[in-house]
Design a protein around this ligand. Structure first.
Ligand code: ATP
Length: 351
């Protein structure tokens, strides 16, 4: 649905040229929810605005629904943009118009009659849950309701793609959840391709199928959300993931850990379970097979796109040969096994 190839964007800043995008290439399939995450200044806004050519790339190609956006004239571009809706962090509603008039605005610009506009807008009001607010002005709406108006307005011209520019950043966590649920609902009901930018990993975790991590104008990692969460390749991805998946080593234990084996000491291991492996009684199997003890230090289980994912931090103790064999057994199973470090026996007792 969307292919970006070798995108480069150089701004002429006051202090000289700024390269906001550097050789960005990615493909977004029809019907996907694709998240782009990065820190402030990474180039997210520039990238999403290059998709509908609100920002013209300095070099590279933007293909949306088979059309080369960079090759279009201004008139053709205006037409092409009708199939690319956009919502914004600060909603950008017209304060002197009612909810219905705001949503109908793009249709009005397109020369569609009042009666026809109403016919198109009323089902959208239902879709975003604002049927009872159609004659209300934006000042009387909450942030979440304003974003619902923004979403309905973006859908008015029946786009194939919806671009979301930090659409939930101005909202509280509960409202964020409800807007994300609405976006997912629209994606499913209408088969709409959604591209969103965010600096919050929980947004990616909540609704995205695919994720791209951007840093300094470059994509440092792309992939399915499940793969990036369970096997991140870049430090940036790992850092973002830390914010939503708690698999930290407790501070009290981390102070006692050494990188080298401690004579007669214990091994601290982090196990990560994905999908079917979460149902396997790994610890029970371990203790049955080997003369080792496994002390569970911490653990959690979560769901990523309906697939269970869990981590368990354990301390293994026993004779060195038995511990070695137990580790081999874990490493041969369909789970992530990571030796975090070593600790003197009985030095750490999880509280
Ligand atoms: N119009 C502009 N002129 C000059 N430099 C710009 C312009 N717009 C953006 N930049 C620079 O380009 C880089 C990327 O900016 P961009 O707004 O795309 O990042 P971002 O990831 O969206 O950041 P944020 O999350 O803070 O909005 C930054 O260094 C920014 O200062």
């Amino acid at each position: 649905m969307i292919t970006l190839t070798g995108l480069q964007k150089i701004y002429q800043g006051e202090a000289g040229p700024v390269e906001a995008l550097d050789n960005v290439s990615l493909t977004i399939e029809q019907g996907e929810i694709y998240g782009i995450i990065g820190k402030s200044g990474a180039g997210k806004s520039t990238l999403i605005r290059c998709i509908n050519l609100l920002e013209r790339p300095t070099a590279g190609k933007v293909i949306v629904d088979g059309q080369d956006m960079t090759a279009l004239s201004e008139t053709q571009l205006r037409e092409a943009r009708k199939s690319i809706g956009m919502i914004f962090q600060h909603f950008n509603l017209l304060s002197s118009r009612t909810v219905l008039e705001n949503i109908a605005f793009p249709l009005e610009l397109g020369g569609i009659s009042r009666a026809e506009r109403e016919k198109l807008v009323l089902p959208l009001l239902d879709l975003v849950g604002l049927a009872d607010k159609k004659d209300v002005y934006p000042a009387q709406l909450s942030g979440g309701q304003k974003q619902r108006v923004g979403i309905a307005r973006a859908l008015a011209s029946q786009p194939k793609v919806l671009l979301c520019d930090e659409a939930t950043s101005a909202l509280d966590p509960q409202t964020t959840e409800s807007i994300l649920a609405l976006l997912k609902d629209i994606n499913r009901k209408l088969g709409l391709t959604i591209v969103l930018i965010t600096h919050e990993m929980h947004v990616i975790k909540a609704i995205c199928d695919q994720v791209a991590v951007i840093e300094g104008g470059q994509l440092v990692e792309t992939g399915k959300v499940f793969d990036v969460f369970t096997r991140p390749q870049s430090d940036t991805a790992r850092e973002f993931i830390k914010a939503v998946i708690n698999n930290k080593v407790p501070e009290a234990l981390s102070r006692l850990l050494s990188e080298e084996p401690v004579a007669g000491g214990n091994v601290v291991v982090r196990l990560s379970f994905f999908g079917a492996a979460t149902n396997e009684p790994v610890i029970a199997g371990l203790i049955r097979r080997f003369a080792v003890d496994a002390n569970i230090i911490s653990g959690n289980i979560d769901h990523l796109q309906d697939t269970p994912y869990g981590t368990l931090l354990i301390e293994l103790s026993g004779e060195p040969e038995d511990v070695k064999n137990a580790l081999k057994y874990l490493q041969a199973r369909d789970l992530g096994t990571e030796v975090i470090g070593y600790v003197a026996r009985h030095a750490y007792v999880a509280g």
